[in-house]
Design a binder for this molecule. Structure first.
Ligand SMILES: [Zn+2]
Ligand SMILES: [Zn+2]
Length: 245
């Protein structure tokens, strides 16, 4: 059946009437994350991803660096324990509510802007954004890659170039990191999961890559993706995520 744009517009309007958007935090009808609730999301102070020691630049301590040797810094906007964010990520990722990409990405943007404002961080000229890929099988099952949707919004709002998703590939399906307990097991679980095809090395070489994902815990996944990007010649890799779990 061919649905004309007009019919599809009416169909969407009808669906909105039947299933109106409601704020995941306060339930107010009108949008999936209302402006006051978004404003109220507590943005985290920059800290070391591994030990949480506060540090204005959000880089990793020398002693923590050995756990995630390929990441230069990690910027996470907020905590996964904050219920509205938890709820929004669950709906976004597992219920396929793609409308939540924009408010969730805006948390990343606000967090980065706050750091730029106080000059605790500078985005270098060679910076580009890249979404953390899913394994193709997982992407098919989910129908979309949540990180790509987030990266698109962040790229738009910060006016940064976005590298095409094919630059970084997930070559090995891995059990979800949430099922793996210790840091050592997580590192082992994810090792060698990412690769940059040789023909795409020129897109990555000499760049500072801001790697976007929805959630991180120990940073092991970001670190393995960063390893592949560095092998391809990336100058530095930052993890840029909505929430730390
Ligand atoms: Zn609300
Ligand atoms: Zn540390």
């Amino acid at each position: 059946m061919i649905i004309t744009p007009l019919v599809s517009k009416w169909k969407n309007a009808a669906l909105d009437l039947l299933f109106p958007a409601y704020c995941v935090a306060c339930g107010t009808i009108g949008s999936w994350f209302c402006a006051p609730c978004l404003e109220a999301v507590p943005l985290r102070d920059p800290a070391c991803l591994v030990c949480h020691a506060r540090n204005a630049a959000g880089t990793l301590c020398n002693s923590c660096k050995r756990h995630v040797p390929n990441l230069t810094r990690a910027v996470w906007a907020t905590s996964y324990d904050y219920t509205p964010i938890h709820e929004a990520i669950v709906q976004f990722k597992y219920s396929g509510n793609r409308s939540l990409a924009s408010p969730l990405a805006s948390c990343i943007v606000s967090s980065i802007k706050k750091r730029l404002q106080v000059k605790s961080m500078v985005i270098p000229q060679d910076a580009v954004l890249l979404a953390l890929p899913l394994h193709p099988q997982k992407r098919r099952e989910r129908g979309f890659n949540q990180s790509e949707l987030l990266a698109r919004v962040v790229a738009d709002e910060l006016s940064l170039p976005l590298l095409p998703a094919f630059v970084l590939q997930r070559i090995r399906p891995t059990p979800p990191q949430a099922h793996v307990r210790t840091r050592e097991e997580r590192l082992k679980n994810i090792r060698g999961a990412f690769a940059v095809p040789k023909e795409h090395y020129p897109l990555v070489a000499g760049k500072t890559i801001l790697l976007v994902d929805d959630i991180t815990t120990t940073g092991s996944t970001l670190n393995d993706a960063a390893r592949a990007l560095k092998e391809a010649g990336a100058k530095a890799v930052w993890g840029v995520v909505v929430a730390r779990g």
